[in-house]
Design a protein around this ligand. Structure first.
Ligand code: HEM
Length: 562
């Protein structure tokens, strides 16, 4: 071995191998050059020192980076949780807009949850002045700070706007400046990445694809399908009746009815195919409703907590069932085309025709399973409760149904269109008990709304229920059930043409509203044909929200065979 290769040998060795190298040198008779050995020892020592220095440099850099990242993160947190809320509160305060003070990290969530819990702790008298019970935080803070005020959902500012003129601006003239608020991830799982939550071009294209399902002609074809489901439900009620009367907890029955109608009309599938999905979604709703009362912590949903694991499992199961439903429909598509039976066009058919991917169809199905059921059943429940509370309107509606439908057990679409009094009753029910009690938007940029300067990213809360219960808009009889106020049509009822908004406003108005009103009018008309009804002595008036407006202690109603 020559000197050079021995040198390279040594250079590539580690400190621990030094003695071994010396031995090697000795063997190779290189040890006779003491200077060489000395030099090598020197080189090795330098190497070791350099290695140590390099190591200490890397360690120092690592710690520095860590400290720097931690400081940057801390600074970001301080800005987000402390400085920005103060700045925004000051910004609004200068414009005369106040609100409950921001508390570090939690904002006003604690007070809000306390107010909600207190309001929900007992039923209320049989009155339609339900705002203090359903949105107690709105009611409470409005008294202190006025109709437009600022609250804090965690560190996020939410400007509450209930002036119909400003609301109109948000949804029409300035609609491009506000976008749909991105729901909490748990709620998003329920809603799916479909029409409800899509934005921009993708949303516009999807809405165009889906709209034909809700056109009048297609809805007409859905009427017999709905009629059959309603008739089957009423037959079961009659079967349950004892000496001509029966107590029915209508809220649950109407949920099942809505599930069935939507599965059969919107998905063109059998109710059996949808039942399991609804059951799983009902469990997801419990998680989603909880998330409204918690501060959103980014990334938390990825932690394998027991709740998160349960929610992932539910989501996976729903996707599996929806994929099966879609596959079945794909297989049956040929038979349906060949069949001469006149059927309504349905969502799955439209989405498949347009060549949407399987996962896109699954997400859209989630949206419709979720959006259609609870809203429609809520409207059915409150309309029935209202008619039970107001027998004179019940009789007026029945007279009309018997006159318009004659001997027909199942009203036709034209019959339903001619039920004007019932239509007014449904609108009044939507005013007093809107199934969706609020909407949320977010400003895309710094925006001027009326004279209010709103910074980019501010959430806007539009409390539908509060606008519907505002006496300055609706008059002193605001809390009375008075369907006659809709005699001249929706636009003429209040002092403001857009103060009635149970289905939202503008381009993103509810796509299913005609279907929902049709189903509710059909169902109530068929009930009126067969039964008279009043509230059960077990009924406790307690409207409350868990995503939608529902009766907290159920809605038992007594039906008498006619
Ligand atoms: C009484 C019944 C119903 C009420 C009160 C209601 C209420 C609403 C409201 C307020 C919105 C607007 C939300 C916003 O702008 O933030 C909306 C949107 C929507 N609703 Fe309904 N809804 C009802 C029935 C239905 C039904 C039966 C379906 C479907 C079968 C449906 C599907 C949808 C969809 C997909 C959207 C999103 C539309 C879009 O963004 O383009 N809804 N609904």
């Amino acid at each position: 071995m020559n000197l050079l290769s021995s040198f390279q040998h040594i250079k590539s060795a580690t400190e621990n191998h030094f003695s071994l190298i010396c031995l090697k040198l000795k063997e190779e008779k290189l040890f006779c050059f003491p200077e060489v050995t000395k030099q090598l020892q020197g080189i090795f020592k330098n190497e070791r020192l350099m290695e140590e220095e390099r190591f200490s440099f890397i360690t120092k850099s690592f710690w520095l980076l860590l400290v720097f990242t931690a400081l940057a993160l801390l600074a970001k947190l301080v800005v987000h949780l402390w400085w920005r809320p103060r700045k925004i509160a000051k910004h609004f305060s200068k414009q005369g807009i106040k609100g409950p003070p921001y508390r570090f990290f939690i904002g006003n969530m604690k007070d809000l949850v306390e107010l909600m819990t207190k309001a929900a702790s007992q039923p209320m008298p049989l009155s339609h002045n339900v705002l203090p019970r359903v949105l107690p935080f709105y009611h409470h803070w409005k008294k202190i700070y006025g109709a437009t005020y600022l609250i804090w959902f965690g560190p996020n500012p939410r400007l509450t706007i209930s002036d119909p003129a400003l609301i109109r601006e948000i949804f029409s003239t300035s609609s491009e400046l506000f976008e749909k608020y991105e729901s909490h991830p748990t709620v998003r799982k329920l809603e799916g990445n479909g029409l409800i939550s899509l934005k921009g071009e993708t949303w516009a294209h999807r809405r165009k694809i889906i709209s034909p399902i809700f056109h009048t002609e297609n809805l007409r074809l859905m009427v017999p399908i709905m009629g059959k489901s309603v008739a089957a439900m009423l037959d079961r009620w009659s079967g349950l009746s004892n000496s001509g009367k029966v107590e029915i907890e209508v809220s649950e029955w109407f949920q099942n009815l809505s599930e069935e109608v939507i599965t059969r009309t919107i998905f063109g599938s059998s109710y059996e195919d949808g039942k399991e999905i609804y059951k799983l979604q009902a469990q997801q709703i419990v998680f989603a409703a909880e998330s409204f009362q918690k501060v959103f912590v980014p990334g938390y949903r990825f932690l394998p907590t027991s709740r998160n694991r349960q929610s992932w499992r539910l989501d996976g199961e729903i996707e599996r069932l929806l994929t099966r439903l879609i596959d079945r429909r794909r297989q049956a598509a040929g038979d349906r085309r060949r069949s001469s039976e006149e059927r309504p066009r349905d969502l799955l058919e439209r989405l498949m025709e347009e060549g949407l991917r399987g996962d896109e169809i699954v997400e859209e199905c989630k949206s419709f399973f979720f959006a259609g059921k609870h809203t429609t059943s809520s409207l059915l429940t409150w309309t029935t409760v209202l008619l039970a509370m107001h027998p004179q309107w019940q009789q007026l509606a029945r007279d009309e149904v018997l006159r318009v439908c004659g001997a027909r057990d199942i009203p036709t679409k034209d019959d339903v269109a001619n039920l004007k009094t019932l239509g007014m009753i449904v609108y009044e029910s939507l005013r007093l008990y809107p199934p969706t009690v609020a909407m949320i938007r977010r400003s895309k940029n710094d925006v001027e709304l009326g004279r209010i300067k709103i910074p980019k990213g501010t959430e806007i809360l539009i409390p539908i229920l509060a606008v519907h219960h505002d006496s300055t808009v609706w008059g002193s009889d605001v809390s009375e059930f008075n369907p006659a106020r809709f005699t001249q049509g929706i636009a003429r009822t209040s002092k403001h043409p857009t103060a009635f908004m149970p289905f939202g406003l503008g381009a993103r108005q509810c796509i299913g509203q005609n279907l929902a009103v049709l189903q509710v009018k059909m169902t109530v008309a068929m009930i009126l044909q067969r039964f008279s009804f009043d509230l059960s002595p077990n009924y406790n008036h307690a409207p409350t929200i868990s995503m939608f407006l529902y009766p907290q202690f159920n809605a038992p109603v007594i039906f008498h065979n006619l």
